[in-house]
Design a protein around this ligand. Structure first.
Ligand code: NAI
Length: 349
């Protein structure tokens, strides 16, 4: 059973004695900085000169170059994209780290995959929200929380866990619950979702589209059934409100029988081998090496795959259904985590 920490398990005092520097003001950087400020903490933002820095200044933060913030802070939150963290950390942060400082990550990847190896005398901690930045901010403002994983990779000060808990509280995570985890576990669950679960969903959805069209169905009707109707989202929502399997009672008996009986045969040995391969590539570091090499080449593989995805006939169906798509987007954008009150359904498509 995972240990879950709540507000009462964390004390912000430890942060009040420290100088907090947030590196990056994007999805997570902005949300976490604003939440920490609203929790009564003083935060300085370290950002290169770009529109994110302007945004931080507009939001009333003291925004400085990354190196200046690294020099002045003793708790440093790394909230720039994972791909750029190793270089920024090595060149602009590491030279300014002092014994007893703390480095905090929102993802386990760079530490677990040894793309960043911090000096031994600093705390290395993780507060990794299971939520997009916009949700981190909006849920905080609504007085709610969001799930988060916390972990300690290095405890140089002896107080690394207290620090991780305090940061989780300051960003609003312990209101709902922060799970005691590790950099390794966070990396595994994150990458395995990205490399097994979501590819499976993408492949099954596109096969659903392709096979139905091959069998004479209208591509626009199939695209509507697949995702544009919003049923997919409603099922996912019911998995939270009712339960992953319990939501099946909201479907017809024919549907329940079809889903449960066919699910049994959807994982033949060949697929299980691919699933195990994905896990092995993550655990062995082969994926991290492959992705680092791809980035060094300028990401031609990613560009090619993206181009191919955007050429799939499902995109053409979406374009033909632009007004339906816009109407459904108005229903779903800013619903749920982004806005407590759903907008009225617009049926004019
Ligand atoms: P982002 O893509 O929103 O980061 C943008 C920021 O990075 C901007 O401040 C920009 O100035 C800075 N930046 C970009 N390239 C840079 C470079 N070469 N040098 C210096 N600064 C640069 O990042 P995001 O999505 O907020 O991710 C930050 C961390 O949070 C990552 O470790 C990510 O894995 C983690 N995370 C992200 C979540 C999300 O919802 N996006 C959810 C949970 C964790």
């Amino acid at each position: 059973m995972a240990k879950i920490y709540h507000d009462g398990d964390a004390d912000l005092e430890i942060l009040k004695e420290r100088t907090i520097g947030v590196i990056g003001y994007g999805n997570q950087g902005r949300a976490q900085s604003l939440n920490m400020r609203d929790s009564g903490l003083r935060v300085t933002v370290g950002n290169r000169d770009d529109e994110y820095k302007d945004r931080a200044i507009q939001d009333g933060f003291d925004a400085q170059p990354i190196e200046a913030v690294a020099r002045a802070s003793n708790v440093i939150l790394m909230l720039i994209p994972d791909e750029v963290q190793p270089e920024v950390c090595e060149r602009q942060i590491r030279p300014h780290l002092r014994a007893g400082d703390a480095l905090c990550f929102a993802s386990g990847y760079n530490i677990h995959c040894r793309r960043i190896i911090p000096p031994k005398d600093v705390d290395v901690i993780m507060t990794a929200p299971r939520m997009i930045g916009q949700g981190v901010r909006n849920l905080y403002q609504q007085g709610a929380g969001f799930p988060c994983l916390i972990g300690v990779h290095q405890d140089a000060s002896g107080r690394a866990l207290d620090l991780a808990l305090a940061l989780a509280k300051a960003i609003g995570a312990t209101r709902l619950g922060a799970f005691h985890s590790s950099f390794e576990e966070e990396t595994l669950i994150d990458l395995f979702a990205e490399q097994m679960l979501w590819p499976g969903i993408i492949k099954l959805c596109t096969l659903y589209f392709e096979r139905l069209v091959e069998n004479g169905c209208d591509p626009d009707i199939v695209a509507t059934e697949l995702h544009l109707s919003g049923e997919f989202v409603e099922v996912a929502r019911a998995m939270i409100t009712e339960g992953f399997f319990k939501q099946l009672r909201l479907h017809s008996h024919t549907s329940q029988y079809g889903q449960l009986s066919r699910a049994e045969r959807m994982a033949p040995k060949a697929l299980l081998r691919q699933i195990d391969k994905a896990m092995e590539e993550i655990r062995s570091g082969a994926f991290a090496r492959e992705w680092a090499a791809e980035q060094e080449r300028g990401c031609p593989g990613l560009q090619g795959l993206t181009r191919k995805a955007l050429e799939h006939p499902l995109n053409a169906a979406e374009e033909r259904l632009a007004s339906l798509k816009d109407a459904m987007a108005r229903v779903y954008i800013h619903r749920g985590i982004n806005n407590a009150t759903p907008r009225p359904r617009n049926r004019q498509y």
